[in-house]
Design a protein around this ligand. Structure first.
Ligand SMILES: Cc1cc2nc3c(=O)[nH]c(=O)nc-3n(C[C@H](O)[C@H](O)[C@H](O)COP(=O)(O)O)c2cc1C
Length: 411
C-alpha cells in the first residue's frame, strides 16, 4: 500500500475509485485520496463530504424526519452517544517517524473470515427507510471491497436476496433472538444455507429503549411492517399465521414484534444457540469485563464491545471506555470486536490500540446509503479505509498488529 503522490498516482488511483474494486487484497486503500484529487482536475467533486463526522448533518434534509431521526437518534437524552464520541477524543495517537511505513498491510482474519482491513459493516436494520435498495446496496458495496457485512434480523430484504447481492463477499448474520424456538432455528438454518458464516447475537436490545426522537413522531418501522422481510419470508413463522402478511399485515406484525422484542434471556440459554449453529458465535453488546469473562467461559468465540451506538441505555459508559479492561480480561480467550462511535480512521486505530481485533462501522455507512445507495456506501467505506490506511502509515505503523496502548496517550 504505497502512498500515491508520485508519478504513478493516476494509475493507482484508477483501481480505487467509487466504481472500481479496490482492496480485495488489502492494498491501495490510501489511493482513494488520489482518485478524489485527480477527479477534481476534471471538475468532479466527491459525491458528498469526506468528513465522516459531518455525515449526519449532510443527510438531515435528504431523509424524511422519521427515518432521519430513527437513524441519527439515540436513547433518552443522547448522553451515551455523546460519551462515545468524547471517549475517542480523550485518547490521542502519538506519531512515530522514520519507521519505513511506506508499504502497509491492513489485512486480518477474524474467526476464519479473511478481511482486507479490520473493519466490518455493523448490523443496521430497516435499511429500506434510508434507501429502497437498503441491505442489498450495502451488501454489494461491502462485497466490492471485500469487507464483511453483518445482516440484521430486522432487514428489509430477505436473507436469501441479501446473500445473492453479497455474492462471494464475506457475510455474518446478526440474530435478534426470537422467543419461538422453531422460528429461531428456521432463521438460523436459512442464514447458514445462504452462506452467512458467523452468528452475531445482539444482547442489548431485548426490548426497545425510551427513544424520544422516535416517540415524538410516533415512528417505529416494525409496526408498519418495515424491517420484517426475514420473518415474513420464513416458513416456520408463516405457519403460525392464519393469513399471509400480504392479506393481514397487522396480525403478522402483532405476531412478530413480541416474538423478537420483550424477552430477556439468561446465560444458561446459550447452549441452545450452540446446538443450532455450527460456526463461530459472537455476543454483541458486552460492556462489563465480568460479562466478557462469562462469554469466554461459555465458549463464545467472540464479543462485540458495544453500547448499540448509545441507542439503548441512556447515561451509560462510553463503549471505548470499557474496551481496555475487557480486552485485558478476555483478549487471549475470545475475539474482541468493537463498535459505537467510530467515525474516522484514527478512531479505528484507537480501538485497535486499546485491544479490539476489528471494529464495526455503524451510522456512517447508513448515511452513505442515504446519499447514494450502493455508491454512497462505497464512498464512505473507501474513504474510511483510505483515512485508516494513511493515518496508520503517518503515525508510523505498517500493520494494525503494530498498534498497542503505547501508540496512544490520554488527552
Ligand atoms: C438505524 C440503526 C439500526 C440499527 N439496527 C441494528 C440491528 O438491527 N441489530 C443490531 O445488532 N444493531 C443495530 N444497530 C446498532 C449497530 O449495529 C451498531 O452497534 C451501532 O450503530 C454503532 O454505533 P455508531 O452508529 O454510533 O457507530 C443499529 C444502529 C442504527 C443506527
Amino acid at each position: 500500500m504505497s502512498d500515491t503522490s508520485g508519478p504513478d498516482a493516476a494509475d493507482t488511483a484508477d483501481t480505487a475509485g467509487t466504481t472500481g474494486t479496490p482492496g480485495l487484497t488489502g492494498e491501495n486503500f490510501g489511493a482513494y485520496q488520489s482518485k478524489l484529487y485527480l477527479n477534481g482536475l476534471g471538475g468532479q467533486l466527491p459525491p458528498f463530504t469526506t468528513d465522516f463526522t459531518a455525515l449526519e448533518d449532510s443527510v438531515r434534509e435528504r431523509l424524511e424526519p422519521g427515518p432521519f431521526r430513527y437513524v441519527a437518534g439515540s436513547a433518552g437524552s443522547g448522553a451515551t452517544a455523546r460519551a462515545n464520541r468524547a471517549a475517542f477524543d480523550a485518547w490521542r495517537l502519538v506519531p512515530r517517524m522514520l519507521r519505513d511505513a511506506t508499504v502497509r498491510d491492513l489485512r486480518t482474519t477474524v474467526l476464519g473470515t479473511d478481511m482486507p482491513a479490520p473493519v466490518l459493516l455493523a448490523p443496521i436494520g430497516v435499511q429500506s427507510i434510508i434507501h429502497p435498495d437498503g441491505e442489498l446496496a450495502t451488501a454489494r458495496a461491502a462485497a466490492a471491497l471485500g469487507v464483511p457485512t453483518v445482516l440484521s434480523t430486522a432487514s428489509s430484504h430477505t436473507i436469501e436476496d441479501v446473500a445473492a447481492a453479497s455474492g462471494d463477499g464475506p457475510r455474518w448474520y446478526q440474530l435478534y433472538w426470537p422467543n419461538d424456538d422453531e422460528v429461531c432455528v428456521s432463521i438460523l438454518n436459512r442464514a447458514k444455507a445462504a452462506g452467512f458464516t458467523t452468528l452475531v447475537v445482539t444482547l442489548d436490545t431485548w426490548t426497545l429503549a425510551w427513544r424520544p426522537h422516535d416517540l415524538d413522531l410516533s415512528y417505529l418501522p416494525f409496526v408498519r411492517g418495515v424491517g420484517t422481510a426475514i420473518p415474513f419470508s420464513d416458513p416456520a413463522f408463516l405457519a403460525g399465521l392464519e393469513k399471509s402478511p400480504e392479506e393481514d399485515l397487522i396480525s403478522a406484525v402483532l405476531r412478530w414484534v413480541p416474538m423478537f422484542t420483550g424477552t430477556d434471556r439468561s446465560w444458561d440459554r446459550l447452549p441452545f444457540l450452540r446446538d443450532h449453529w455450527d460456526g463461530p458465535i459472537v455476543l454483541k453488546g458486552i460492556q462489563h469485563p465480568d460479562d466478557a469473562r462469562r462469554a469466554a467461559a461459555a465458549g463464545m468465540d467472540g464479543i462485540v464491545v458495544s453500547n448499540h451506538g448509545g441507542r439503548q441505555v441512556d447515561g451509560a459508559v462510553a463503549s471505548l471506555e470499557m474496551l481496555p479492561e475487557i480486552a485485558a480480561a478476555v483478549g487471549d480467550r475470545t475475539e474482541v470486536l468493537f463498535d459505537s462511535g467510530v467515525r474516522t480512521g484514527s478512531d479505528v486505530l484507537k480501538a485497535l490500540a486499546l485491544g479490539a481485533k476489528a471494529v464495526l462501522l455503524g451510522r456512517p455507512y447508513a448515511y452513505g446509503l442515504a446519499h447514494g445507495g450502493e455508491d454512497g456506501v462505497r464512498h464512505v467505506l473507501s474513504g474510511l479505509l483510505a483515512d485508516l490506511d494513511l493515518t496508520l502509515g503517518l503515525s508510523g505503523h505498517r500493520s494494525p498488529a503494530e498498534l498497542s496502548p503505547e501508540s496512544l496517550r490520554r488527552a
